[in-house]
Design a protein around this ligand. Structure first.
Ligand code: ZN
Length: 130
């Protein structure tokens, strides 16, 4: 569960996911992690602060938060940009588990991307294997 202080935030959730795998005891299998909300994402990329600023700038160019009036969705909401950003950054990740560990490529980390924060949000983790 997350409750971000800012409207938009990226959180590295890799340690939490690794804890879930440890608890499961699964050595060979698949991990699914998805956001339970249509205004936040789960995605894989580098844990590098410059890149995270680049994501923010890139997403604001494609779907700027303001003016709110530019979106049809913003009748009694103001989060149309968050829906669009979530669609760009994706809903879920699936990662192989090998020898009890996330089978990542170099620098891969799992992030929760919040685009309409300051309220409680959840991600789902499902692990299958043996
Ligand atoms: Zn909405």
């Amino acid at each position: 569960m997350f409750n971000t202080k800012a409207r938009r935030e990226f959180i590295n959730i890799t340690p939490d996911i690794e804890e879930c795998i440890r608890e499961s005891g699964i050595k060979e299998g698949l991990l699914l992690c998805n956001s339970m909300h249509i205004t936040s994402s789960v995605f894989i990329n580098d844990d590098e602060s410059g890149l995270h600023k680049d994501f923010e700038i890139f997403l604001e160019k494609l779907a700027p938060e303001k003016p709110y009036s530019q979106y049809y969705h913003n009748g009694y909401e103001d989060n149309a940009d968050a829906h669009l950003k979530r669609t760009i950054m994706g809903r879920e990740v699936v990662v192989a588990i090998t020898d009890g560990k996330l089978d990542f490529g170099p620098w891969e980390q799992i992030f929760y991307g919040e685009f309409d924060g300051k309220r409680v949000k959840r991600v789902l983790v499902k692990i299958i294997g043996e």
